[in-house]
Design a protein around this ligand. Sequence first.
Ligand code: GLN
Length: 486
Amino acid sequence: MNLNKPTAHEIVDMVGNGKVTAVEVTESCLSRIDEVEPVIRSFIRVDREGALSMAGDIDRRIAAGENPGILAGVPIALKDILSVEGKEITCGSKILQGYTAPYDATVVRKLREAGAVFLGQTNMDEFAMGSSTENSGYWPTGNPWDPTRVPGGSSGGSAAVVAADEAITSLGSDTGGSIRQPAALCGVAGMKPTYGRVSRYGLIAYASSLDQIGPFGKDIEDIALMLEAISGYDPLDSTSAPVEVPRFRDSLVDDIAGMKIGVPRECFVEGMEEGVEEMFRAGLEVFRSLGAEIIEIELPRIPYSVACYYILSTAEASSNLARYDGVQYGVRNREEKSLLSMYESTRKDGFGEEVKRRILLGTYVLSAGYYDAYYAKSLKVRRLIKDDFDRAFSVCDSVVMPTSPCTAFKLGSRMADPLQMYLSDIFTIGVNLAGLPAISINCGFDREDLPVGLQIIAPPFAEGKILRAAYTFERNTEFHKRKPEL
Ligand code: GLN
């Protein structure tokens, strides 16, 4: 039996009732990794011994009659942005090579307590800056549906490992779409929770007011399960919200009769690929046929979200990344004679092009003469975007949009034009600016047989509504069952 193929909830059942062992499941994933990694290249490091020893512990706990947790024996991959005590963490960057995390991120600790098994760290755009994983300081990752194409980004590795059945589920982070867009391009489910729902302690910061950790899964039940495991107030993150964590699995109800789904007029943008629009419209029909009411809404400030995001996120990044100066973390250029030249040459060699571009941009928009014109102005625009969503949620329960205007594109095809790459974040970024929860689910395939993502957005802390709509969609369609031929 291919034990790398089932979902997390199936594995928890099988391991829990003794049908299979956590070690067997882990071995299955490890051999799948050996099989496909030469083409997909989604892991920066695989921790064989670590994974097998965690799995062995779970099996021993089960044999001893202990309760091993809600994710007992589930092999999980972690984006290389999440701290695991004693393990190397590089955030996809050369500048952090050799740096070992001194503690567990809160989500990592929670997954441990839930009985998960860690397979290793996945590839990503350096410091989570990108939409294709091509900005990785190491190598690009291939899309399991067509390895000559990108898996999306920045959590491209975490999306690809789930699509390719190398890991059962995974964690990524989403600052402007980095969970939802790669989920869409790889044909899996990916969820960004409400800002504050999941602790950011131990997550390497890109843009702290936007960053949020979330899961990838093969189905919606796995998303609910993972969300339950990682959510909750954490005194170690001052922006974590003191709100109760519901049992998200209770929201898995196959019924959306009467749900009001808002579709923003602004989402039919120029440049959206035909295949995306076609499958998105077909997805709306699925919701309608299941009894949801589709209403046209307006999010008039959404067209400004990309500009707003690239000012605020780069401003925050320029500050967050100032700490990588060769003194405390990772690599140091030792040939330099003075402190200043050591800083300069470490950062020059350690950071890639995109990271440098964003530090420059962020430093510029925060500089004395431009702060009001750019940074302060963008904060106001951010508020207006939040107001747009608030207004929408006064007339509908959830908002549905495509996740990305395009399906997976060819590796290398968009690297020459960063602005074009930024514009492809148009549907995901507003959600981060407004701090909302959103999921991307597979709603079909375009003519080249590449997956298309549909996004469901809800008011703050209403993840349950999203799960219910996504679960109902999944129960009444077959798309999530298709697997790439690899
Ligand atoms: N693609 C967006 C960017 O390049 C979003 C990245 C993210 O969510 N981390 O910044």
